[in-house]
Design a protein around this ligand. Structure first.
Ligand code: THU
Length: 164
């Protein structure tokens, strides 16, 4: 992936799966963990429950789910709940991948949910911090999945510490 010094232009590379059965088993299992985590979401305001499961290089899995608050901006996305928990609990251990899934009140989501811009930024910062990519596994239960090898695919023109 050749980066231009000015635009950091890069090729967007990702793999689509029409259902979870065609995923490698390790990715499917991580998505299933993320699905279980949607039960732990606290989402009385949006009724949109997100589950994440993060796998570390030592095999430890860290769960995350969105946690909302009556003061809306005080809530936190599932991805950042898992990422910051991992940083606090297993400092220095690299994150290899994160699986993310979601369900809304009507259970009628049409496609896998992509991390929001804040979470994409946090994931990219994490990649820089650990000098290794984080695979992103996004899946809609009983639907498709998208796998990308790096969080940079989510936000190609992200802000970086190199810009400071
Ligand atoms: N949410 C996540 O947890 N992750 C995402 O990638 C997108 C959004 C949460 C935040 C909020 O609790 C709810 O979903 C609706 O935006």
């Amino acid at each position: 992936m050749a980066d231009s010094p000015i635009t950091r232009k890069m090729l967007l590379v990702y793999k689509e799966h029409s259902d979870w059965s065609s995923l490698p088993s390790s990715e499917r299992i991580l998505l299933e963990k993320a699905w279980t985590e949607t039960n732990n979401a606290y989402a009385p305001y949006s009724n949109f429950r997100v589950g994440a499961s993060l796998e570390l290089e030592n095999g430890v899995l860290i769960p995350g789910s969105n946690q909302e608050n009556a003061s809306f901006p005080a809530g936190l996305c599932a991805e950042r709940v898992a990422i910051f928990a991992a940083m606090g609990q297993q400092p220095g251990v690299k994150v290899q991948r994160i699986a993310i899934t979601a369900i809304n009140k009507e259970n009628n989501l049409k496609r896998p949910v992509y991390p929001c811009g804040f979470c994409a930024q946090v994931l990219i910062d994490l990649e820089e911090r650990q000098n290794a990519p984080v695979s992103i596994i996004l899946g809609l239960k009983d639907g498709g999945a998208v796998v990308m090898e790096s969080a940079k695919m989510l936000l190609p023109f992200s802000f970086s510490k190199d810009d400071l």
